[in-house]
Design a binder for this molecule. Structure first.
Ligand code: SF4
Length: 498
């Protein structure tokens, strides 16, 4: 297991990665003001394995290398591991106040473990061997991984093979004796500039015509031909100001576009090659894993927002007003609902392989994500209501540092005498930065698939016929019910059927 410092040192050595931020190439992301907060946030996942309060949650025993590993590179060995994931993510949100970016690569590892295991059962064991070797490599080095799934997609109504731009989805352009050459781009890739390696997965179920697009592989970020263009976020320029109140410069996350310009991938790093039949289950398994995780990280950010709103109510002396209590209670209900669904998805885990392959309950994982796509907006709205308009209009920290006006601001920004104006300003800025962030709002809607994708899963997984039989029998309509063993009207997912 690596310490946080060792992770940072490792990233410094990765000099050749072609990374662009606001039009300029960045050679050392750890020294770049824009990306340093992302490095620190990612680093928190390494630190967690050595800190007293998170040590047990952040470590797990790996049967693949017979050693303890950081949980972020662990293959789940049962429901308790999936529960630990949700709890760890909630706690790490408390320590970072943002997305810590390491879960996508982790979910990609668990997905490939199951999919290559199923391929091996069907007689295609080569991918399994390669993947297990890669897993050992990752676990022994405690690598920082990004997961890259979302293609740029071009014309949304056309399949990958029908696109006017054939690179709108990542595809194989050449097959060689020693490997393949890939071309294309993946968008919205969390933490992409601050990782050692990227694990690439197909973004959708493919057909036979799309076989060249059915590809999964892993490569170091500094592989020739890889270009990363980091995206902008709300308030991101505040990181460049050198303050410590306005822009949360200590922790942040980023997303970026990763472009594969005819990139060579050796065979030992290819985990799916043109076998399009596996793409549907792969997408289903990955997306459910990541949707479950949101129950942890987003409820953790919800705690930060609830805490800030409650302290801000105290700062202006309204904490005992019934309407404030009612709003805070509503926020708690919304927040704990997201967390409960994530835990339910974990406790109801299913085993997809004889040797393990523990997967979340897909219905509850999708319910978790659907709640997350809605509730953070309501939690933020209630927090803004409690904090008052000043959450969007407060003076800058630099005004507070200006000798001429500091005394005036201290006098006029203060509420109750016991709480200094600077404390109130710090809480307001924290609330502004977390509650209006990409991480708590936009990522909550679109990360791990937008709300329509979860609705599709609800329709697939819910057994309407069975529910209809139940209703008919209670209506005294003649019907013969074959009662299933479990009370939920449920159809098996694609991944459980194969
Ligand atoms: Fe992890 Fe949450 Fe960030 Fe996804 S959004 S990488 S689950 S912290």
């Amino acid at each position: 297991m690596r310490t946080g410092e060792q992770y940072v040192e490792g990233i410094k050595e990765r000099r050749h990665a072609k990374i662009y931020v606001m039009g300029k190439q960045v050679t050392d992301v750890t020294a770049n003001l824009f990306l340093k907060p992302s490095v620190l946030s990612y680093k928190a996942t390494f630190d967690a394995a050595f800190q007293e309060d998170t040590r047990d949650l952040a470590r797990a025993f790996s049967p693949f290398i017979n050693e303890e590993v950081n949980r972020f590179v662990h293959i789940h060995q049962g429901p308790q591991d999936l529960v630990a994931k949700v709890k760890l993510l909630r706690r790490l949100s408390h320590k970072t106040g943002t997305c810590f970016q390491r879960c996508v690569g982790w979910d990609a590892l668990n997905t490939l473990y199951i999919v290559t295991g199923k391929m091996a059962k069907r007689g295609d064991g080569v991918y399994r061997e390669r993947f297990l070797q890669y897993l050992e490599y990752v676990q022994r080095r405690d690598l920082a991984l990004a997961g890259a799934m979302t293609d740029v997609k071009g014309v949304r109504t056309l399949r990958p093979s029908e696109q006017p731009n054939p690179d709108a989805y990542v595809r194989v352009v050449e097959e060689r004796d020693d490997g393949i050459v890939v071309s294309g781009a993946k968008a919205n890739i969390t933490g992409i500039a601050v990782v050692d390696e990227v694990v690439v997965l197909p973004t959708r179920a493919m057909t036979e015509q799309d076989a060249a697009y059915a590809v999964s592989f892993a490569i170091p970020l500094d592989t020739p031909g890889v270009v990363v263009v980091v995206g902008r976020q709300i308030n991101d320029a505040r990181r460049l100001e050198g303050g410590d109140i306005d822009g949360l410069p200590y922790m942040a996350h980023h997303e970026g576009l990763i472009i594969f310009n005819n990139v060579f991938v050796p065979w030992e790093r290819v985990f799916l090659y043109k076998d399009w039949r596996w793409t549907g289950p792969l997408v289903e398994i990955f997306s459910s894993y990541h949707r479950q995780g949101y129950g942890g990280c987003k409820s953790g950010l919800g705690d930060v927002i609830i805490g800030a709103a409650s302290e801000l109510a105290k700062a202006i002396g309204v904490e005992n007003r019934p309407q404030i209590g009612e709003k805070l209670a509503e926020m708690v209900f919304l927040n704990e609902s997201m967390y409960s669904a994530g835990l339910a998805a974990s406790w109801e885990a299913v085993k997809l392989l004889d040797e393990g392959g523990w997967w979340v309950d897909p219905m509850y994982a999708n319910v978790t994500k659907h709640l997350v796509a809605r509730f953070p907006y309501e939690i933020s709205r209630l927090a803004h209501d409690i904090a008052g308009g000043i959450v969007g209009t407060a003076p800058s920290e630099f005004d507070l540092k200006n000798e001429e006006i500091r005394a005036l601001l201290e006098k006029y920004l203060q509420g109750v005498p016991e709480i200094p104006a600077e404390e109130r300003l710090r809480l307001l800025r924290l609330l502004e930065n977390v509650s209006v962030s990409v991480g708590f709002l936009i990522e909550s809607v679109h990360g791990a698939g937008s709300p329509a994708a979860q609705k599709i899963m609800f329709s697939r997984l819910y057994d309407f016929e069975k529910a209809g039989e139940i209703a008919k029998s209670l209506s005294r309509i003649k019907v013969t019910i074959k009662w299933p063993k479990t009370p939920e009207p449920r159809r098996p997912s694609e991944s459980e059927k194969i």
